[in-house]
Each structure stands twice: as structure tokens, then as C-alpha cells.
Unconditional design. Structure first.
Ligand SMILES: [Zn+2]
Length: 199
């Protein structure tokens, strides 16, 4: 886990500019104790609105081929440009987790998947996200390049390019998948795969 600084407002520094003003009345929020809560909160002194800041859910899949390999994309956008990750993205307010998994996978790889078991659920405090990773069966579509990807290709459990995997949560999800399907294989040392950017 990378070091994370929770500064003004009790949130990571990059998030602080987004939580300065009341979204209901526009007054400046204050961070401190409020009645009935056991921790400091951002609240509006003008209208009383309490601004709860919570992590967002990132929905990802590990699309598995007929031969038991996982399809990864080489990212064409920052963060992690040129590195490998599984398809995924933020859950939208009007969709279910399962629908998001299918949509993000299709958008980023061209593949149609059927999400199955959850490989894992991963908190990443510096990015204020929780990442869920589904194992997913490929049921249609064709791998394609998108504006977000340079390449899409399958990797066997013994072929994961650990040093070039973009995100800490991707390393953790792929490690959990490999440990499940090929418990005989060595896994990367978490201290060597720590990533400072993104999720
Ligand atoms: Zn207000």
C-alpha cells in the first residue's frame, strides 16, 4: 500500500479541491465534529448539509478465453499508458454492477462477457476507490483496439507480465486469479509491484 496523506477535509489531497463548497447552497464547507457522528465531517455552516465523501466503485473483469487465458489490454491512456490492465471503469449511477462489468469490457476490448465469480474486492485508499474483479466467460465479440487501448491479447496464468501491470489493484486481482487456477505458480512480491499512480 502506497503512503496516502489525508489532508484538509479528511480526504486525499487530490480530492480536496472538489469538496470545498456546499453542493446545495454554495457556502464554504467546514471540516469538524458534528452532532451524532463519531468522526469529523465536511459540513455546511449555512444550511447544515453534511457532505459525506465515500470511495467509488470500479468494476473490472478478467475475461477468460476457452483455453483458460486472461485477456488484458495495453492501456492507451493515462494513468498507466503503455502498461497492462484488465478492462474496467467506474460504476454509473443508473446501472447494476453486473451491467457495468459487461459494458466496460465491451467498450474496452470488443468482447462480450458473462461475469461469473468475484475474484476479489480491493480497497485502494490513495485513489479513493474500491475495485471489484469478476472472472468472466467470453461469449461473443472480437478483440479490438479502442481509443483507450493499444493492444488486447491473452495471457496464460504463467505469462502475466507482472512488471508491466499498470495498477496495484490489477496486480492483486491477477495474483488472486493465478493463485486460484494455478496454485503451483510463483506470485509477484507485493513490494516489487507497488504502483504510485491511479488505482
Ligand atoms: Zn449549504
Amino acid at each position: 500500500m502506497s503512503e496516502v496523506r489525508f489532508g484538509r477535509g479528511g480526504v486525499p489531497d487530490w480530492l480536496e479541491p472538489m469538496v470545498r463548497f456546499c453542493s446545495r447552497c454554495g457556502a464554504e464547507l467546514e471540516f469538524g465534529p458534528i452532532g451524532g457522528e463519531d468522526r469529523d465531517r465536511l459540513a455546511c455552516p449555512a444550511c447544515g448539509f453534511v457532505f459525506y465523501v465515500n470511495p467509488r466503485l470500479v468494476v473490472t473483469t478478467l475475461p477468460i478465453t476457452d483455453t483458460g487465458r486472461v485477456m488484458l489490454i495495453r492501456r492507451g491512456i493515462e494513468p498507466g499508458y503503455g502498461m497492462w490492465a484488465q478492462p474496467g471503469g467506474f460504476l454509473e449511477i443508473d446501472e447494476t454492477v453486473r451491467d457495468a462489468a459487461i459494458r466496460e469490457t465491451r467498450e474496452e476490448t470488443g468482447l462480450v462477457v458473462e461475469p461469473g465469480a468475484i475474484v476479489g474486492l480491493y480497497s485502494r485508499l490513495p485513489a479513493a476507490v474500491v475495485v471489484v474483479a469478476f472472472e468472466a466467460r467470453i461469449v461473443g465479440g472480437e478483440p479490438q483496439i479502442t481509443h483507450e487501448s493499444l493492444e488486447t491479447r491473452p495471457f496464460g496464468p504463467d505469462e502475466i507480465p507482472w512488471a508491466e501491470v499498470a495498477f496495484e489493484t490489477s496486480v492483486r486481482a491477477l495474483s488472486d486469479w493465478v493463485a486460484h487456477v494455478r496454485p503451483d505458480l510463483p506470485l509477484p512480491d507485493p513490494s516489487e509491484t507497488r504502483r504510485d499512480f491511479g488505482a
